[in-house]
Design a binder for this molecule. Structure first.
Ligand code: 3PG
Ligand code: MG
Length: 392
């Protein structure tokens, strides 16, 4: 039988709160959801995935007789007057999905949240008997509402947080093999550490997206005017020298010099290159040979991890690589884990999200967990007064 994943050991769970009948429980959720303007011009929740993900925990607490009050941040508001920070749209969704649950105003309206100000934590927990963290996607932030309350109240990880940690720890500790990871997205700066960490446990790490060009340049390929982070060239070179599991695109789809790209753009010439990119050309997707090779590797996998698009998929001309990875992931029989807003979005657009084994609510948090094996939110919960100290 599989043993308890390391990151779950010592983590207080809902049962460790003891009786909660009549207790006032503060639940940190991550309702940092995408908003869009509806037909009437009002801001509305464009994707309620993160709200739905928190419902089992809220319902379990209420079934135990607790009075639940949720708190969350929303976006990165400039201050309490910033209308894009108002929780009103989220409140409407929450009221529809789970009537009667209270939701505090945007935590980031107070600078004490991001500064992890102890006085703000004191104000936040006042009047509560217990704290539950179900906000995996913000678990990498040592913010007041994430790391503060467990030092003051009996605390627990919510059901969703527990499941996220279990799934991701499983990838690091005991993945059915072959384990194939696909990493993409624009910025190699954010991804180099996690690429190295995943390369230590996965059988293959397929790299695409903007981040691939710094790796390609590190191998001595000309990348034209594609995204390139000179400061990471050495890091990429070191990783490629140390690991034979990192696989780079063998061909790329590029756009001719100086042309715009993005949703609806059509100008310029689009071509596939197998070797060097000519001066000024911008690589914006993996090529057809790479897409086919990546899909083939995914078909043979028993475990799949996918984070980050293979190209600028919002522009139809550069969507094929991401769509190929989405399809191969969804149709595979592997245990598949997908995280990050863009990958999720690509899956949704292709109608494939339901065919993935586990869609993480986290992007940055998922990468941070995979890189470090732990997160500030989890460490804080393990230090809660009701946590068992024996590590079981
Ligand atoms: C997220 O969506 O990544 C989390 O809610 C954290 O938000 P942040 O990146 O603004 O800290
Ligand atoms: Mg983020």
């Amino acid at each position: 039988m599989a043993s308890t994943p390391t990151a779950l050991r010592g983590l207080p769970l809902l049962d460790d709160l003891g009786p909660i009948d009549g207790a006032r429980v503060l639940v940190r959720t991550d309702f940092n959801v995408p908003l869009a303007r509806g037909l009437d011009g009002e801001l509305e929740v464009a994707d309620d995935f993160r709200v739905r993900a928190a419902l089992p925990t809220i319902e379990a607490l209420r079934a135990g007789g607790a009075h639940v009050v949720c708190c969350s941040h929303l976006g990165r508001p400039s201050g309490p007057d910033d209308p894009t920070g108002s929780m009103a749209p989220v409140r409407r969704v929450l009221e529809r999905l789970c009537p009667g649950v209270e939701l505090l105003e945007n935590l980031r309206f107070d600078p004490g949240e991001q500064a992890n100000d102890p006085a703000f934590v004191d104000r936040l927990v006042e009047g509560f008997d217990a704290y539950v963290n179900d906000a995996f996607s913000v678990a990498h932030r040592a913010h007041a509402s994430v790391v503060g309350p467990p030092a003051r109240l009996p605390s627990a990880a919510g059901l969703r947080l527990e499941r996220e940690v279990e799934v991701l720890a499983g990838l690091l500790e005991d993945p059915p093999r072959p384990f194939v990871a696909v990493l993409g997205g624009a910025k190699v700066t954010d991804k180099l550490g996690v690429t190295a960490a995943v390369a230590r446990v996965a059988d293959a790490v397929l790299v695409g997206g903007g981040m691939a060009f710094t790796f390609l340049a590190a191998e001595g390929r000309a990348v034209g005017a594609s995204l390139l982070d000179e400061s990471r060239l050495e890091g990429c070179r070191t990783l490629l020298a140390r690991s034979d599991r990192v696989r780079l695109p063998s061909d790329v789809v590029a756009l001719s010099p100086g042309q715009p790209f993005g949703p609806g753009c059509t100008d310029g010439e689009v071509a596939v290159f197998e070797g060097d990119l000519p001066d000024g050309w911008v690589g914006l997707d993996v090529g057809p040979a790479t897409a086919a090779a990546f899909a083939e590797a995914l078909r043979g996998a028993a475990t799949i991890l996918w984070n980050g698009p293979m190209g600028v998929f919002e522009d139809e001309r550069f969507a094929a690589g991401t769509v190929a990875v989405a399809r191969a992931t969804a149709t595979s029989r592997a245990f598949s884990v997908v995280g990050g807003g863009d990958s999720e979005h690509a899956l949704e657009r292709a109608g494939l999200a339901k065919d993935v084994s586990f869609v993480s609510t986290g992007g940055g948090a998922m990468l941070a967990f995979l890189e470090h094996g732990d997160l500030p939110a989890l460490a804080a919960l393990r230090r809660a007064p009701n946590a068992t100290k024996d590590g079981t």
